[in-house]
Every structure is written in C-alpha cells, then in structure tokens.
Write a protein that binds this ligand. Sequence first.
Ligand SMILES: *Cc1c(COP(=O)(O)O)cnc(C)c1O
Length: 337
Amino acid sequence: MENDINWSSLPFGYVKTDYNVRTYYRNGKWGSLEISSSEHVDLHIAATSLHYGQESFEGLKAFMGKDGKIRLFRWEENAKRMQNSAKGILMAEVPTDLFKEAIYKVINLNKRFVPPYGSGASLYVRPLLIGSGPQVGVKPANEYLFMVFVSPVGPYFKEGFKPVNMLLTREFDRAAPLGTGKYKVGGNYAASLTSMEKAHEGGFANVLYLDSKEKKYIDECGPANFFGIKNNTYITPKSDSILPSITNMSLITLAEELGLKTERRPVAETELESFEEVGACGTAAVISPIGKIVDETGKEYFYGNQPGKISTKLYNKLLAIQTGDEADKFGWVDFVE
Ligand SMILES: *Cc1c(COP(=O)(O)O)cnc(C)c1O
C-alpha cells in the first residue's frame, strides 16, 4: 500500500502509522513482542510511570538510501543508553537483542512510512520504557512495558541549515549535579519545560543551561549537547548532568577525522566569547548552528548569521554517513531487513 504523504512538508511531529510493538516485563522476565495497531495503552491507574516518573525513552532515525536500503545509525548505543537509564531509575533493563528485535520489527511493519531517499525526511523511531505496575508507596514497579512506535518526520531545518539563537539562563536548572541529568528520562524534560517556554516567548530556539551548582560552566543546550570550535579544536562540556549524546560522540570522531583536536572538559561561560563557532547537537537536527547566545541581562555573544565552516562540514559528513551517501568506515550503520 502506497501513501500520499508530502514528505518535504512533514513537520517534526507525530504521524499515525500502521503498527507499533510492545512487550511486558512480568515475574522477572520479558515476554514476547506483540504487534499492535492501537495508538493507545491500557495502563493501571497506580502505574509508577504516572506517579513517580519511572519512564525512559530513546530517539533514533532510519533513512532510506539511494540503493533502496533502510539504514539505522548506531542503534546499539541507544540500546545501551536505555539500559543505563533503566539502571538509573531502577527499572527492568531491555536486553540488546530484544531492543533490536523491536526496532527492526516496527520499521519493517511500517516500511511504507520510510521517506524516500533525497526527501530530507526520515523515519523517527521512539522506544519507550515505563513502569506499568502499580505502587502507592514510593517504590519501583514490579512490571514494565517496553514499546516502540515510529513516525515519519520532515527535515529539521525547513529553510535549510541556518543558525538559531539561544537564551542563556541563570533562573532555571534542568537537572541537579548528582541527579538524573545523565539519563534519558521524562522527568528531565518536565523540569525543562518552563525555561524552554520562556526561551520561545523571547524568540529563542532553546535554552542554554549553566551547571546547577556554581552557575559557571556550560551544561546542556535544551534537549541537545553543546559544542564550541576554536583554534582548530572541537570542545564539548564534560558534566555529570549532561545526557551523553550519540551525535556528539560521533561528531568527536568525525572532527578528529577532519584533522581537528577534540576536548571534552568543563567549559566556563567566560570561554563563550572565544569560540569561533558554536552549536547544539542531537538526533533531531544533527547540528543546530548557534548564531547568537543572549543571557537574561541582555549580554550577547555573537557568532554569525551563517553556519560556520567546520560545523557545516561536520553536519554534511554525518548526514552523508547516515543516508549512505558516504562510506561507513566506522561501522556505524546497520541495514534493516
Ligand atoms: C536525546 C538527548 C540528547 C541527544 O542525544 P542523541 O543521542 O545525539 O540524540 C541530548 N541531550 C538530551 C537532554 C537528550 O535527551
């Protein structure tokens, strides 16, 4: 069955597809994968995900290559990270082979929603792990539900690869230094909504957070990692409250490949003025180049109205590997079949 989706005008949002997959962890073990065509879940009223935030998610993209093969980028890293998130908030871990079976199956079942090569669109894959068992006291659940749905998403940059502006905030924190910032859990997102809304109201794309303890160092950049480039060096913050981005990890490798030095270390706010290029990175956009960072007092760091040369090179290179236009010499790409 074909469909009449206008791929290039798709938003980065939810589109209903044919199927999703689900499985429960009960009595200490995972069950078999169920295929569902319902967009809803039947959940216990006292499920721990609803009350105490036992929830973790992942996000990755599948691309159609020129050769007609569907490619997934570093999915094993997503599996590992979800296991780490599960450990962090005491949920049952999804084994790597079950994770793989689920994402491959849901992509294969929804093949007609994989956007064609060259459209700029891709199939977004959203694995989700939640505490589904009831508790009233604050305790981890005895039952978990792992689900994966997909949604075709449009190119992140509708008007092409252009810099965005960020609000540097001292009024809000996203995560505590020894808290859950390093896990991909919904609670971090709930904690970020007010500051993000404030940024949007001010005309900014997102928020740049400082470290919650000293308010001196750059931390997370909205739902993405931050990086800066100067003196032929790619620099990204090291912090225990940052989510380890797979895109960032890959950009570090590609930067070295391009002959740059790379550093992962604390980045003081005072260093912002010395960067030649800055950006945010994550699966959704790969790289969002940052044109300007403004703090709540109006202090401004300006980088330019056009994306920097190195950011552009890194962006094109990573995207080319993901879509299969460039050879995958790092073994990052797997074919879905
Ligand atoms: C998912 C996420 C990222 C980006 O990670 P990728 O693996 O590159 O998609 C960065 N920061 C936060 C807070 C995230 O949730």
